[in-house]
Design a protein around this ligand. Sequence first.
Ligand code: HAM
Length: 415
Amino acid sequence: MYNSPRGTTDILPADQAYWRYVEQKAARVCQLFGYQRIDLPIFEDTGLFIKGTGETTDIVQKEMYTFQDLGDNSLTLKPEGTPSVCRAYLEHGMQNLPQPVKLYYFSPIFRYERPQAGRYRQHHQFGIEALGEADAAIDAEVINLAWQFLGSLGIKRFNLFINSIGCPQCRPTYHKALREYYAGHVEKLCADCKVRLERNVLRLLDCKQPGCQAVAAEAPKSIDYLCLECDEHFQKLKNYLGLVGIPFTVNTQLVRGLDYYARTVFEIQPEEEKSQSTLIGGGRYDGLIETIGGKPTPGIGFGCGFERIILNLKKEGIVVAPVPSPQVFIAFLGDNARTEAIKLASSLRNADIGAVVTTSPKSLKAQLRQANNLGIPKAVIIGEDEVKAGVVVLRDMATSQQSTVKPADLPGLLR
Ligand code: HAM
C-alpha cells in the first residue's frame, strides 16, 4: 500500500466542483481586467530560481525540489511562478509588445515545507504578473483584481495589508537602521533570526516567534526611510485604492519572504489571521528581470493558493454548483434491450446529451438506485416489450413520473 507523499493531496471528484469554481472565477476576473493566460513548464533550470527568487530566501535555502536529469542538467520543480513568467517574457520577446504585458497562470507549486492545515508540499497557485509598467496605477489594478476575485467567489471576511519596502536607493539606509536596532536585541531573537540578521535583516520583521515579534514591533519602519520617489509611489497607490473604494491597513512589518520585492508589498488575509492562512500575497519586483538577464523592466503581481481559498469557501459555508452530471441514465432488462440501450446511449451522446448505461446486467431497482446515486435527473427504461414496440419509458427520477416515448423524440425531451 502506498499513500500520497507527505504534504500532497488528491483532489477527489467530490471536491472538483470547488476547484472548477475557483478556476472559472479567476479566469473571468482576469478577462475583465484584460489579463491573458500563460501556461509554463512544471520545472525550470535551477539557476532561474537561485537568481530570480533569491539566494537568501527560505525557498532557495531549504525548500526546493531539485534534481539532476539524465542529461546532467540541474532542474527544479517550480517553487513559485514569478521567475518563470519573467523568463518567458524575455524568451518570447514580449518586451517588444505594447507594455504592460498582463498575464495570469494556474500552476502546481512545490516547496519542501513542514505540512500543516493550509500548508502543503505541492500546492496550486493562481497568479498574475503585469510586466513593463512602473506607475502605481498598475499596483492598484493588481490589488483591485485580487480584491474583485475574492469578492466574486463570495468570500466576505478578508483584509488587505500593504507596505512599501523601498528601492535599492533608499533601502541601504533603512537596513543600516534596522541592523543597528537589532544589534541591541540579539539575545531576544530565535536561532533562525540570529542567522537572518547576518544574511537579510529585513526578514527579521516577518518572524512569527512571539519573542521576535515583540522586538519587531518596536523596530524602525521602512516607510519612514523611503526616498522621494518611493514615498510618492506609495502615496499614489493609497490614493488609487481610495478611488476604487478598497479598504487597506498599512502594516509596517509586512516584508514578504522573497528577495525580489521593491516598493509595494501586499497580502490579503482572512479575518482570523494565522501565519499559514494568507490567501493572496504579492508585490512589485522591478529588479527581477534584470537579475535574470533582461533589460531593467518593472513588474508586479500576486500569487494565490487554491487550497487556502477552498478551505475558506468551506469555512464560510459557500456552496458551489456541482459539476453537471449526465442528463440521462439508460436502464435495460434483457439482452435485446441491452443492445438497444447501448445504441441509444451512443446516439444521445452524438447529440451532445450525457448518457450513462449500466455495464453489467442488474435488476431495474439496482439500476435506478445507481442513477440516483449519480444524481442523474432522468432515466430511460427499456424492457423486451419496449424493444418490440419500438418505444422507451422516460422516468423523472425526482417525481417517479413515467411516460412512453419514441427514441427519436428523446433529444428534444431531454434538452
Ligand atoms: P507566496 O506568498 O510565496 O508568493 O505565495 C502566494 C500564495 O500561495 C500564498 O499567499 C498562499 O495562498 C499560497 N501558498 C504559498 N505557499 C503555500 C503552501 N505551502 N501551501 C499552500 N498554499 C501556499 C509567491 O509565490 C509569489 N510568486 C507571488 C507573487 C507573484 N509576487 C509577485 N508576483
